[in-house]
Design a binder for this molecule. Structure first.
Ligand code: FAD
Length: 439
């Protein structure tokens, strides 16, 4: 690549976020010869997709699609992966972007760790594993999950008792209790923001109060872990008491399309992933009764309508209602109260073993005060021209991709990531050409 830009730079493109959007954009750029860095806040790349079980509407295994992409990113000579770092700011000067990150300490030397897990086996401390949404335990020093990239251990200093066992067994002396947060300053010609989404975790408490404290009231990402073969129980059990559920309720629009919460928009993926999970559970537990409570069913993508029809044919019950939790006994089931708006049931009360909330999708990260890109009224990054150029921002040379700019499924995320990569490639080529003409 031509590199006659004024001043030196570290990478052609810095990609913030190593979810499916960031990984796809990095591969598209790196294959064209650009040097790319993925800056990821977590200890591993992969984003939400690597934590899903299967994906609609094909029911392909999410990990079987994501793991090869993660490996391709890790082995690409033009891609560097830098984990555990959070973007602080992006400024433009002399045609280059100066990006600042804070890298949190792993307390393990990334150059020395060989991922042998000896430290993990030796550690005597057990704490809830956030990778399994707290449904099983991990050690205080651990590799986040089996196919994490990089395969480097991480010490949770809050839970560590400083017993020294990990350090003593480490064959490469990689454990380093004295690491400190570091500031990273990297320069690049272009930046792609692919910071993704999170769920509106405060919704259950706000909507249902103490009833939401019941461990048998879970959200859809918990369920993805419970049904995954690499999940906490390796079979479908409810978290409250380990019982196999016989009656399960999916509650859609749990926060979405709710003006009072500031989330008036549709989260776009909940109808489909709930149908997906209902089908997967039905295949696993043929006698289970599954009800999906919805406001409207939105099956707008290719083969999505057929997927919905299949669920109806397989006996999944659909009820047009927005239930409240009437009774919730911790460790046991919930009694839902709802008004059936289409059927004949009218006002009804019904007990379920497990309730799964489809929480609203909200932005994971805000550019406010850090990067001069616009946001929409809900905090998602706003493209300069949403219809004509959905990956371009007001800041020329800064692009957006994936859920960072609003809810979308994996197909749309991947398409948008490819578009952002092409826009970035085009931008850099023009930049290099202008500079060489001016020289
Ligand atoms: C329960 C559930 C099930 C789903 N099932 C399906 C399905 O079956 N099929 C389908 O098509 N879609 C599904 N989806 C939607 C799918 O998860 C998204 O389309 C996809 O994950 C979006 O990818 P992304 O890369 O944009 O975001 P993410 O996966 O959120 O990745 C963003 C990455 O950016 C990182 N990051 C965030 N902020 C920073 C920062 N400041 N600095 C550095 N890094 C940062 C995050 O750690 C993360 O790794 C589902 C969603 C949910 C909630």
């Amino acid at each position: 690549m031509p590199s006659n830009i004024s001043g030196s730079y570290d990478y052609d493109v810095i990609i913030v976020g190593g979810g499916i959007a960031g990984m796809q954009a990095s591969l598209d750029l790196a294959d064209q010869g650009f040097k790319v860095a993925i800056m990821e806040s977590d200890a591993s790349i992969g984003g939400k997709m690597i934590r899903l079980d299967k994906v609609f509407p094909t029911l392909d295994c999410a990990s079987c699609i994501t793991t090869p992409k993660m490996a391709a990113v890790a082995h690409h000579r033009n891609i560097s992966i830098i984990t555990m770092c959070d973007l602080q700011s992006v400024e433009k000067s002399n045609g280059l972007f100066k990006t600042k990150f804070i890298q949190r300490p792993r307390y393990v030397n990334t150059h020395l760790c060989i991922g042998c897990r000896q430290c993990e086996y030796a550690c005597p401390v057990l704490v809830p594993d956030e990778e399994q949404r707290g449904l099983s335990a991990r050690k205080a020093i651990y590799i986040p999950f089996s196919n994490a990239i990089p395969q480097i251990a991480l010490l949770d200093v809050e839970s560590c008792t400083l017993c020294g066992k990990c350090s003593r067994v480490c064959p490469t002396h990689a454990v380093d209790y004295f690491q400190q947060p570091e500031s990273l300053e990297l320069k690049a010609k272009a930046v792609i923001l692919a910071t993704g989404y999170q769920l509106l975790e405060e919704f259950p408490k706000r909507a249902y109060g103490e009833a939401a404290d019941n461990p048998n009231v879970i959200n859809a990402l918990h369920l993805e872990r419970i049904i995954a073969p690499t999940g906490p129980y390796m079979r479908i059990l409810r978290p409250g008491d380990g019982k196999e559920p016989e009656k399960l309720a999916f509650i859609l629009c749990a926060g979405s399309r709710d003006e009072t919460l500031g989330v008036p928009y549709c989260s776009r993926v909940c109808c489909m992933y709930s149908i997906k999970n209902a089908l997967l559970i039905r295949h696993e537990l043929p006698n289970i009764q599954i009800s999906i409570f919805y406001i409207d069913l939105r099956a707008f993508g290719k083969n999505y309508e057929q997927f919905l029809r299949k669920a109806k044919e397989e006996g999944i019950r659909f009820v047009k209602a927005k239930p409240t939790i009437k009774v919730s006994t911790p460790g046991q089931g919930v009694i839902l109260r709802y008004e059936d708006q289409e059927g004949t049931e009218g006002m009804a009360e019904e007990e379920f073993d497990l309730a799964v909330l489809s929480l609203a999708v909200i932005p994971a990260w805000s550019p406010e005060g850090r990067v001069a890109v616009a946001m929409d009224e809900y905090g998602f990054m706003a493209p300069d021209s949403p219809k004509a150029a959905p990956t371009l921002t007001e800041m020329e040379g800064v692009f957006i991709a994936g859920m960072a700019s609003g809810p979308k499924d994996i197909v749309d995320t991947i398409i948008e990531a490819g578009a952002a990569a092409m826009e970035a490639s085009d931008y850099i080529k023009k930049l290099d050409k202008d500079i060489s003409l001016a020289a």
